[in-house]
Write a protein that binds this ligand. Structure first.
Ligand SMILES: Nc1ncnc2c1ncn2[C@@H]1O[C@H](COP(=O)(O)OP(=O)(O)OP(=O)(O)O)[C@@H](O)[C@H]1O
Length: 818
């Protein structure tokens, strides 16, 4: 094969050289043709030889088309587009298989007649052997784009033709066929070859995507604006990160052949664990990532997780393996699959059928939830999923979809809390061409229409702006959607699943949620338990470990297991997953996860929560030996005396250092915190609302000193969800502050930026930061609030803000020095 450096020509041959070969006026081209003529002469052909016109028998033709069906169906739309470019130029567009036999043709009527005379018809073979030097046959031998013009043809009868052909390769570099434009030699145009090459590459990319649609596909390019274009690189990986295949643009960017790439994984090529990529792309509207290739080049990348990625949690290692096998088989070529492959695929589909059961890991509350859901699946009953953050609401919604008769239709998730209020409407309902300034030229379909036929998952429905709730209600009741700027209502047929961690009843009382919508959504409401209340945590741990370490069984050391069982897991299963993911990497091949493999912030949280006895008796029950004290130390920011923690074995509270935070009043003008001298850790007295609300807002909301941090609270008391609200209000307010409140120009700017694609979005990000003016203050305020919220626990504050602990230390030191 030939388009890779160690295998052939197309990639190793610089583009300038290729252009010389295909330009009939250059010496390089003449040499190329001389070589081809020599081959023909050596095979016994003579220039005066007659062409074989015998049309192919009907059944032979049928078999030929069936054998090459995937290539033909992928290529046909591109052939049609290509033909539109060359129509009325006495030309035809041809597609052949790997032997040079024509399997599809589109042509100008006047030229078709002439073409028949030289056997340019379906079923005819245009290999060099049978038709002498010609673009199709020669391109197959040289595995290079080829122009054979007029006299270049070996056979006299073909010399009235001009042909421009480009080979098409499968994702592993094996030639599948040739795309060609052939016409009367007087109609020759240099641009024809460019069109043919580009179309061949588009066909290859399309074949690549359809061959690996179950795998994780990463698309990338050094220039972000080229994402989505024909020159973007695309590489496919298994769920465990194993390299499967790459298109030729990817091989050029990697600077490696497919054989060399097979020794690589996603992380060795992109410097990031595949699990982090999956996490990023499972979020709503993920941004493209800037990744660093193994060769130091930075690329803008985006990924599609395919069904493998989407169902990663349902398939565990078993599913991952079966997909690896499937994909591994594909690497051998994309031609017909064997029966064992088909049965593998059946197995894979069957696993899909058991998604809900998969989530039933032994907790009686979850079992009841699954039982109830099983009864309504497939019926037109809206489902509302309740539960704290990270309890698996989205996973459950996906499982409901997977088990429903709509499983082959789209599952579209929208996080109502993560989209700015001004954009939710267009994101959900779509908009028409020119609906507003900056809207995309061709309009946008919107998530509701994207989910048509399938399931729409509205996460954080409690955060949907009240103004849009009426429109959503109309969609649910009348089953039609009207895009922005359109007069037309489009019928939709979908199942809606909603989720929230908020109390919708409270929101109704506060006038923030429509009661009619509540009842419309509230067909069956189920509540997922918090992880600390689940009886199956060990099974969940085992499952996560299977996913994170598919090739090596891993387990927790007994003291770690005990700690995990006793912990109150404020971030629920998401937090557990992230901790285990880091621990698996830290264990570095060791099959047992020990204390020292756990991240520092887990140590901090563990101690912080235990010292507050958030789980009564947990510390006493737990036979945990703590890790080295040193590992728990964090620098003292204030030199305050540290509070104590319980001794694991005795239940006493030995004096050890633990992080204590205090800020100088100058940071924000707030009163300095009380000096902390003894346990329990003293909370700051502060006003949660002060940065978030306007002058008329209720000013003071004080947290009681004894309120346990991040602990489950009965409704109405300050709790994790209170904390979430505070932070989301902070973000909202910050957003409004930045962009000027009600009639902010941001809406328009954001729309315009979006319409300009990735670059626009980036520019928007940059300009929004510029607009800020006082970024320092905002950052400091956010840090201070987070620290207050977390009672000085720097790690927890860092986690809340999504920044590193070092950033917090640095910022505070800077402020103290200022
Ligand atoms: N039963 C489970 N087994 C293994 N992992 C799970 C399970 N349920 C959830 N997870 C993990 O927990 C993470 C959080 O799940 P998910 O996003 O569904 O939670 P959520 O309740 O929708 O969170 P949020 O309310 O913050 O959107 C997932 O990324 C997944 O890794």
């Amino acid at each position: 094969m030939s388009f890779l450096p160690d295998q052939g020509n197309a990639v190793s041959t610089p583009n300038s050289k290729v252009i010389e070969l295909i330009d009939p006026n250059t010496e390089g081209h003449l040499e190329f043709i001389r070589r081809a003529h020599k081959r023909c002469a050596e095979s016994g052909l003579e220039s005066s030889s007659k062409v074989n016109f015998e049309p192919a028998a009907r059944d032979v033709l049928q078999e030929l088309v069936a054998k090459n069906n995937q290539l033909r169906s992928c290529a046909l739309p591109f052939m049609e587009t290509l033909y539109e470019q060359v129509v009325s130029t006495h030309s035809m567009v041809l597609l052949t298989d790997a032997s040079g036999t024509i399997i599809e043709s589109l042509g100008d009527d006047d030229f078709l007649e002439k073409a028949q005379k030289v056997a340019l018809a379906k079923g005819m073979t245009w290999s060099e052997e049978s038709k002498g030097t010609n673009a199709i046959g020669t391109a197959l031998i040289e595995e290079l784009p080829t122009v054979v013009h007029g006299q270049d043809h070996f056979l006299d009868v073909n010399r009235f033709l001009t042909c421009s052909a480009a080979p098409i390769f499968d994702p592993t570099g094996v030639p599948l066929g040739v795309l060609d434009v052939t016409g009367d030699y007087r109609s020759y145009h240099r641009h024809t070859m460019g069109l043919v090459r580009m179309s061949a590459q588009m066909i290859e990319n399309h074949l690549f995507n359809s061959s690996f649609q179950d795998s994780i596909i990463v698309q990338f390019h050094q220039r972000g604006e080229f994402l989505g274009s024909v020159v973007e690189g695309a590489a496919a990986f298994s769920p465990s990160g194993k390299f499967l295949a790459a298109n030729r643009a990817a091989m050029v960017q990697f600077g490696m052949s497919v054989n060399a790439l097979r020794a690589h994984t996603f992380s060795s090529l992109f410097g990031m664990p595949i699990s982090a990529l999956i996490d990023h792309y499972r979020t709503c509207n993920p941004e493209p990532l800037i990744l660093c290739l193994h060769n130091g080049n930075h690329v803008t990348a985006r990924a599609s997780l395919g069904s493998v990625g989407r169902s990663q949690f349902f398939g565990s290692a078993g599913l991952a393996k079966s997909n690896d096998i499937l994909n591994g088989n594909m690497v051998g070529g994309i031609a017909g699959r064997t029966s064992s492959e088909q049965s593998q695929q059946a197995l894979y589909k069957n696993r899909y059928l058991s998604s809900l059961k998969y989530l039933n890991t032994g907790d009686p509350t979850v079992a009841k939830v699954i039982d109830k859901l099983g009864k309504v699946i497939g019926k037109d009953i809206p489902i509302l999923i309740l539960g704290e953050t990270g309890t698996g609401k989205e996973i459950l919604a996906q499982a409901i979809h997977n088990d429903s008769p709509r499983r082959d239709k789209p599952f579209v998730a929208v996080n109502c809390a993560s989209i700015p209020e001004t954009l939710i409407e267009s994101e959900l309902f779509g908009y028409e061409d020119g609906a507003f300034t900056g809207a995309k030229k061709k309009g946008s379909q919107g998530k509701i229409l994207q989910a048509n036929g399938g399931t729409l998952f509205l996460d954080e429905i409690g955060d949907m702006p009240i103004s849009l709730q009426a429109r959503l209600l109309r969609v649910l009741q009348e089953r039609v959607v009207t895009p922005l700027g359109s007069q037309k209502s489009i019928p939709v047929n979908l199942i809606v699943i909603c989720a929230t961690h908020r109390n919708l009843r409270d929101l109704i009382d506060a006038g923030q949620f429509r009661e009619d919508l509540y009842y419309r959504l509230h067909g069956l409401a189920v509540k997922l338990p918090a992880l600390r209340d689940r009886k199956d945590i060990k099974r969940i741990i085992a499952r996560i470990l299977e996913n994170e370490s598919p090739h090596m069984p891993m387990d927790l050391a007994p003291d770690v297991t005990n700690a995990f069982v006793a912990h109150s897991w404020p971030g629920n299963i998401r937090q557990l997953t992230n901790i285990l993911r880091t621990a698996v990497v830290m264990a570095d091949g060791n099959p047992t996860i020990e204390w020292e493999h756990l991240p520092d912030d887990f140590h901090d949280e563990w101690i912080s929560l235990r010292s507050k006895r958030s789980k009564p008796n947990a510390a006493m029950e737990s036979p945990i030996e703590h890790p080295q004290d040193d590992a728990l130390h964090e620098p003292h920011l204030s030199g305050h005396a540290e509070p104590a923690r319980h001794s694991a074995s005795t239940g006493h509270t030995p004096q050890i250092r633990r992080p204590v935070f205090s800020v100088k009043p100058c940071l924000s003008g707030h009163p300095a915190p009380q000096k902390q001298t003894a346990q329990p850790v003293q909370r700051f007295q502060f006003q949660t609302t002060r940065h978030f609300q306007g002058a008329n807002a209720e000013p003071v909301k004080q947290h009681a000193a004894e309120e346990p941090f991040f602990n489950a609270q009965p409704a109405g008391t300050s709790s994790r969800s209170d904390l979430d609200q505070t932070f989301s209000r902070f973000r909202e307010e910050r957003f409004n502050n930045r962009f000027g409140g009600e009639s902010s120009p941001y809406d328009q700017k954001a729309m315009e930026a979006r319409s300009q694609g990735y670059l626009g979005a980036k520019a928007m990000q940059v300009s929004s930061v510029m607009d800020l003016g006082n970024l320092d203050d905002i950052e400091t305020r956010a840090i201070q609030d987070a620290l207050e919220k977390c009672h000085g626990n720097v790690s927890a504050a860092a986690r809340l803000l999504g920044i590193s602990r070092n950033t917090i230390y640095r910022r505070l030191k800077e402020k103290q020095q200022a």
